[in-house]
Design a protein around this ligand. Structure first.
Ligand code: MSP
Length: 510
């Protein structure tokens, strides 16, 4: 069976799950479900990134030990994804013992091969941020966060010979045009690689930071948090067994936003080269969600929480909005107004009305019993089927390129067509003429095929809705896959309609 391995970033435990984390995780879940639906063995990994300065500081600020603090927030991520119905296969924490062991193994391997050396590093160090700044990053010679001039310090540390891999990395990216996608991010990475690549400082002295994985070859140092966290993508598979590692790893599809492009496009592939491991298959990079009021932040009070969205609008409606509104790769605006508009127009009106109309007519005219389909279809019948076949074909292409909004557009264009078919065939008028009863039965049969097709194609995007559609039609998963016209046998009884998406009044209440 073909395999695919989908990963989200490991989220820092210094913030609670919000819209940004949810988007990447929902995309990962949608991809996993999609690849499974076309017969792939798909594995989804997510988890939390728990070491380093940032976390140690956040823990201290909340008055807990780093471990207790990380336990709490990590559990929150996990339970949030559970409540959101995210079908992850493994949840990794960088504090898991197997991960720490594996990171040390990789470090030792790279050290033994001579790609890690001990050296002195001098730079502008901000004690507030606990990190070095380059001159370019300083604003008027000061740390932009703390408004203080950093101190020039020099410190002994371990370095990874990243510069050695520059040429090989450029060649690799050039040889595989969709390794980093969409194109704009590949271009950005190649532009960055036109400048000489520096070696990467991969340690922090324990005199300054203890919250990290000790270097296996020097107990006075812990591992730099990115060097630790990136390895999760491999350590999680290794933990599942050699077979998982060998079969899933080369099929890795990383999902990230543009904020962490550099570590994933530069550090990570060079680390893999040094460790003698194959490269990932794709690095998929999306844009940022921005609020009307600017950046999402606690102090502005505009942080969007997934569970609140789920409680107010339903998880599937929220998923639909995220996937329909953002063109993968570009930034998108989040506003509740836009969310409500989409729910009302696309879900309540277009999708919801069609389904309830069809099921209501089936119930009223034929007591829910599916009527036979004759062999002779009208041009309208064939056009309806063809439109859905076309949508499903387009969807395949768009999903391969992560163009979720286009995939949904194709489905909705077919839905528009189905709504027009109802108007053209007017079963609600025809039923009044006893001579046309058989034809009405056929028209509704075709429309039930529409609903069955929807239950299949919407499943990766809106899994709960797809399940509800399937339950309304009383079909099992296997029957869902049958070609058009072979989904139902005459005499099959379906259920009466239920409201799928209630209209939302503009004050935000249902
Ligand atoms: N811990 C690192 C990643 C290590 S991966 C080995 C990290 N964590 S993070 O918590 O800051 O998560 C960053 C990721 O969260 C982004 O790459 C993106 O997936 C998601 N998002 C956070 N805010 C976002 C938006 N406003 N918009 C879209 N996604 C963003 O970086």
């Amino acid at each position: 069976m073909d395999k695919t391995y989908i990963t989200t970033p490991l989220y820092y435990v210094n913030a609670e799950p919000h819209l940004g984390h949810t988007y990447t995780t929902v995309v990962a879940d949608t991809l996993k479900r999609y690849w499974q639906s076309i017969g792939y063995d798909a594995f989804l990994l997510t988890g939390t990134d728990e070491h380093g300065d940032k976390i140690a500081q956040a823990a201290a600020a909340s008055g807990s030990s780093p471990k207790d603090y990380a336990d709490r927030i990590s559990a929150l991520f996990r339970s949030t994804w559970d409540s959101c119905g995210i079908a992850y296969d493994h949840f990794i924490r960088t504090t898991d013992d197997y991960h720490k062991d594996y990171v040390q193994k990789v470090l030792q391997r790279i050290y033994d091969s001579g790609d890690i050396y001990f050296g002195e590093y001098g730079g502008f160090y901000c004690y507030g941020c606990e990190r070095f700044y380059t001159e370019k990053e300083l604003v008027d010679g000061k740390c932009p966060d703390h408004q203080k001039a950093p101190e020039y310090i020099s410190e002994k540390n371990y370095f990874f010979r990243m510069s050695q891999y520059q040429e090989r990395l450029i060649e690799t990216i050039q040889a595989k045009p969709d390794l980093i996608r969409p194109e704009r991010y590949r271009t950005e990475v190649l532009a960055f690689l036109r400048e000489p690549l520096e070696d990467l400082c991969i340690s922090r002295p324990t005199s300054r930071l203890q919250w990290g994985i000790p270097l296996p070859f020097d107990a006075n140092y812990v591992t730099y948090v990115w060097f630790d966290a990136l390895i999760n993508y491999v350590s999680a598979l290794e933990h599942r067994g050699a077979e998982s590692l060998a079969t899933f790893w080369p099929k890795a599809q990383h999902l990230i936003a543009k904020d962490i492009l550099k570590p994933h496009a530069i550090y990570w592939p060079t680390m893999l080269m040094a460790a003698g491991l194959p490269l990932y298959d794709h690095l998929n990079v999306h844009g940022y969600w921005v609020m009307d009021s600017g950046k999402m932040s606690k102090s502005l009070g505009n942080v969007i929480r997934p569970l609140e969205m789920k409680a107010r609008f339903g998880m599937d409606a929220f998923r639909y909005f995220l996937l329909r509104e953002m063109a993968f790769g570009q930034d998108a605006k989040f506003s509740e107004e836009a969310l409500v508009t989409r729910i009302n127009a696309d879900l309540a009106n277009n999708l919801g009305n069609l389904v309830s109309r069809v099921l209501a007519m089936q119930e009223r005219y034929f007591a829910g019993v599916v009527q036979p389909l004759s062999a002779s279809w009208t041009t309208e019948d064939a056009a309806l089927r063809d439109k859905f076949i076309q949508a499903e074909n387009e969807l395949k292409g768009y999903m391969a390129e992560l163009q979720f909004h286009r995939a949904l557009e194709s489905i909705w264009s077919a839905l528009d067509h189905a709504n027009r078919y109802v108007v053209q065939t007017a079963p609600f008028t025809a039923i009044k003429d006893p001579a046309k009863q058989v034809r009405v039965g056929e028209v509704l049969h075709h429309l039930l095929e529409v609903v069955r097709t929807l239950a299949r194609v919407l499943a990766p995007f809106m899994p709960e809705t797809a399940l509800r559609l399937r339950e309304l039609l009383v079909v099992d998963e296997r029957a869902l896959k049958n070609p058009w016209g072979e989904g139902f046998v005459a005499g099959h009884k379906i259920n009466p309609p239920k409201i799928l998406f209630p209209r939302i009044e503009t004050d935000g209440k249902k």
